[in-house]
Ligand binder design. Sequence first.
Ligand code: FES
Length: 269
Amino acid sequence: MIRAAFEPSIVGFLCNWCSYAGADLAGTSRLSYPTNLRVIRVMCSGRVDPELMLEPFLRGADGVMVLGCHPADCHYLSGNYQAEQRVHCVWMVLEHLGIDKGRLCLDWVSAAEGARFAELVAEFVSQVKRIGPAGHEESREELSRQDFIWRVRVGMRVTGTEKFRWLVGRQKALLDDKNVYEEQLSGERLRDLMRTVIAEESIRAAIELLTEAGPMSVKDMAEALKLPARTVLEHTAYLKRYGFVELHDILGRTPRYVSPRYTQAKDEI
Ligand code: FES
């Protein structure tokens, strides 16, 4: 019932040289397409950071489009290939977090393809309608708004981590070049590596977010995250070693941890 009346809010990152011009052509040609799209013009699709692909979801978007020039037509030569690699990695983050990856789309539109632009927008709006409103129990993910936002925040942290960004940026080199042991990484091995990084960084991001809200024991965090205490302890120790969490106090015999951001915010009050 909700899905029938649902008009998704869509954010589109359009590259200046092709897809934005294609959208302009659709407008000047008076082609009709759904009005759900809010456009953000970027110089190249390769400039859209993985974190930026997720941020619109925090701000109420139900879907995000990244539209660039056709392969081999990018004004900056390889920006659209970079966008493709990034979107594939963000899809993996969404999958890991239980968010429908159909909420993020990547496609190509040339400056002469006003009709194609209109079709893509219409198709994507229908697709997001089928998935349902972001953060609604009746959507395909069956997540509450609070749960959805929490997962997006975790995802944004993951896409901002050094390991994730390094793997995203080195994908082509890792697949094309041999390593120091003369080994060549297969696509499947690279995807496995990325899955491992996403899984580990998601737990660390969640611990950081929890401890930014206040002191928490490992047991409390394990309960909140529905994870074994041993796993949470290992990741908390890792974060503590690198200064991302610190010991706050010992309650009885239970150590409680906080993020330095929590301590800093308290000091400023
Ligand atoms: S300029 Fe269009 S994708 Fe790079």
